[in-house]
Design a protein around this ligand. Structure first.
Ligand SMILES: Cc1cc2nc3c(=O)[nH]c(=O)nc-3n(C[C@H](O)[C@H](O)[C@H](O)COP(=O)(O)OP(=O)(O)OC[C@H]3O[C@@H](n4cnc5c(N)ncnc54)[C@H](O)[C@@H]3O)c2cc1C
Length: 390
């Protein structure tokens, strides 16, 4: 994709492609430093994949592109988001249905005792699980080996095998071991999903949060606006938070993503008693059901909105959700990164721009860091502020 020569006038406007958290935070930081920003988004709303909207039938605040829980260990990022929205306390707890029974995830003392029909104390459970673990695996080469090594075959097959197969569309032994390293294993009855000290939900949703971040006189927002090179006319710099391969019109091929499909349904009262119920069995085609009203326990609604979630490979035109980043994608990513590095006055940030899974707090931190460097360098920045290949 071509772009006109950059406008080098002092404080010339900056074009920000994408009004998700990356684009909004970056624009806000630049605007506060005196740089006018034009933020565009192809969608009819701001907030990117964090978008929330009230269901017209039930009044429930729905996480349109899947459940989003804000959690961070970074006090500065927490201070940043709470500057723009009132956050309410929300502690995420996930349940999973496996072979006709309901358990708590991540695997904790209750899960272990319930699953094995035991009454073990913490040290006993740790010792017991060590007897289940496959100690013949010393250096796990893939997800399956990692699971077998940590929790043994019974827990692996009950909780991870089917779910992972559905989520990623391939056998767990084809996935890197690193995916499982993110799941904690607890020998206490603490069943909260995240360990971070700062957790919560923006009271009015993530779209209101993003709107508040963008509400600055130096920021102009154009929705329903897909990038075309003429929009960069007179711009000093482009910050691109869309897909990296999309910037190049997919000239080298498409980076692989998983996409999600949500099957909405409503019910009266409380459908499942929790926000997220995973379905671990391979013969149930969906991965989980999200009941959105549980994300706002301070609200009361007679009816309820739920999403059944299905995962599949993204085709052209689908919304890209999770970057796959297996061997083939890594090789293609390398080629796109090399091409992007030849550009001037264009920087790629955010989850799509760097083809990485990023939690919201990391997204915000990286956008602020990119803005700080752009300002420190007098209005220039390399194509990548972080290394997407790391
Ligand atoms: C299912 C799911 C659940 C998640 N849950 C959590 C969670 O619980 N907690 C958490 O911290 N994080 C969660 N995340 C991660 C979170 O969604 C991201 O951190 C966040 O959305 C990243 O923001 P972004 O601005 O980089 O990208 P996006 O939100 O994707 O925004 C990019 C924007 O760019 C626009 N765009 C793209 N191309 C163009 C173009 N050519 N022209 C104009 N506009 C364009 C898009 O329309 C989009 O609005 C989850 C992600 C997924 C997929």
């Amino acid at each position: 994709m071509t772009r006109p020569a950059p406008n080098t006038a002092p404080n010339a406007p900056v074009l920000v492609v994408g009004a998700g958290l990356s684009g909004a935070v970056l624009a806000r930081e630049l605007a506060e430093a005196g740089w006018p920003c034009h933020v565009i988004d192809a969608r009819p709303h701001v907030g990117g994949n964090c978008h929330t909207a009230r269901d017209p039938e039930t009044g429930v605040m729905v996480h349109t592109y899947g459940p989003h829980i804000f959690h961070t260990g970074d006090a500065a990022t927490w201070a940043y988001v709470t500057r723009f929205a009132r956050f309410r306390r929300y502690t995420h707890r996930v349940k999973t249905t496996s072979r006709g029974a309901v358990y708590g995830l991540p695997i904790n003392l209750h899960t272990i005792n319930q699953f094995y029909g035991k009454t073990l104390r913490p040290t006993e459970a740790e010792a017991f699980l060590a007897t289940q673990a496959d100690t013949s695996i010393t250096a796990p080469r893939n997800f399956e080996e990692q699971a077998l090594r940590f929790v043994g075959r019974d827990l692996y097959e009950a909780f991870f095998k089917g779910y992972t197969q559905k989520q990623w569309g391939c056998a767990p032994r084809e996935l890197p071991a690193a995916i499982l390293q993110r799941l904690p294993l607890r020998f206490t009855y603490d069943d909260s999903y995240f360990n971070h000290p700062y957790q919560g939900m923006p009271e009015d949703g993530y779209t209101a949060l993003t709107q508040a971040i963008l509400a600055h006189p130096a920021i102009r927002v154009s929705l329903n606006t897909t990038y075309t090179p003429d929009l960069a006319d007179g711009a000093r710099h482009i910050f691109w938070t869309g897909a990296l391969d999309g910037y190049f019109d997919y000239a080298l091929g498409r980076l692989g993503y998983r996409t999600l499909e949500f099957e909405r349904f409503t019910a009266t009262g409380d459908y499942q008693g929790c926000a997220v119920m995973n379905y671990a069995d391979a013969d149930i085609p969906y991965t989980r059901i999200t009941e959105h009203k549980h994300f706002a326990p301070w609200e009361r609604h007679a009816k309820t909105t739920c999403y059944r979630e299905y995962s599949r490979a993204a085709a052209p035109g689908d919304i890209p959700f999770y970057p796959i980043r297996l061997v083939a994608e890594q090789a293609l990513l390398k080629r796109y990164v090399a091409r992007a590095k030849t550009l001037e006055n264009v920087s790629f940030i955010g989850r799509l721009g760097t083809y990485r899974y990023l939690d919201m707090d990391v997204t915000i931190r990286e956008a602020r860091a990119a803005a700080a460097q752009f300002l420190a360098q007098g209005g220039t920045l390399a194509p990548f502020h972080i290394n997407p290949l790391a």
